[in-house]
Design a protein around this ligand. Structure first.
Ligand code: DC
Length: 212
């Protein structure tokens, strides 16, 4: 059986960076599940299809190829907004969760990050982390990321956006964002990514020793 590390949390909490570090350290495959929702949303937009037709969105979601997810293209703000709209549709979630579960079987292990990995996609994951940070800190990180990348950004707009995204992700009826009961909470508001990684590593090493 594959060793699964499930990482959930709100947007810009540091899940992505932490997941990549863990995958690299342990030689595990990594899937940013947000990209699967983004890829389905982008495919709909590119085809000129509506974002509010569940049957059409499901069909598109079933065609998403997990091996061709381009994070640079999919990170666009408009795609994130569209993704969060189709992510409330149960049929879209079922289609993408199926693909994510198949990915989670890869040997020797996988790291999946998203909103519902520990609760729905991989409830039997060996290690579950819930990574969070205050909305202010997350908005500041997003802002710095954009400015460092040479772009222009408005902090207040990003902050409002982070809160809006949280409300949508936590408030939806199907698979709302919440920590699994057995998830370890990592609040990165005042924690460096290195410290978060060390905390995660300690938990993973304990779980790995148990499975040997
Ligand atoms: O993490 P992200 O910004 O790339 O996610 C895009 C949208 O997809 C976000 O609004 C929530 C949704 N999502 C989800 O519902 N479940 C996941 N496992 C991952 C993302």
């Amino acid at each position: 059986m594959s060793f699964v590390v499930a990482i959930d949390g709100p947007a810009a909490a540091g899940k992505g960076t932490l997941s990549r570090l863990i995958a690299k350290r342990y030689g595990f495959h990594h899937l940013d599940t947000g990209l699967t929702y983004r890829a389905a949303a982008k495919a709909l937009i590119d085809a000129g299809l509506p974002l509010d037709d569940e049957a059409v969105a499901e069909k598109t979601a079933r065609q998403v190829d997990l091996s061709g997810l381009d994070s640079a293209v999919l990170s666009a703000h408009a795609i994130g907004e569209a993704a969060s709209k189709i992510a409330v549709m149960p049929a879209v979630r079922r289609a993408l969760v199926e693909a994510q579960r198949a990915f989670a079987l890869k040997e020797p292990g996988t790291v999946l990050d998203g909103r519902d990995i520990g609760t729905v996609v991989c409830p039997d994951a060996a290690v579950k982390l819930y990574v969070t940070a205050s909305p202010e800190v997350r908005a500041k990180r997003r802002y710095d990321e954009i400015v460092t990348g040479g772009g222009t950004a408005d902090y207040t707009t990003i902050f409002e956006d982070v809160k809006k995204r949280d409300t949508r992700d936590m408030g939806r009826a199907d698979s709302p964002l919440r920590p699994a009961e057995d998830a370890h909470l990592l609040d990165t508001s005042e924690m460096s990514i290195e410290a978060a990684f060390q905390a995660a590593k300690t938990l993973i090493d304990v779980a790995l020793n148990k499975t040997i």
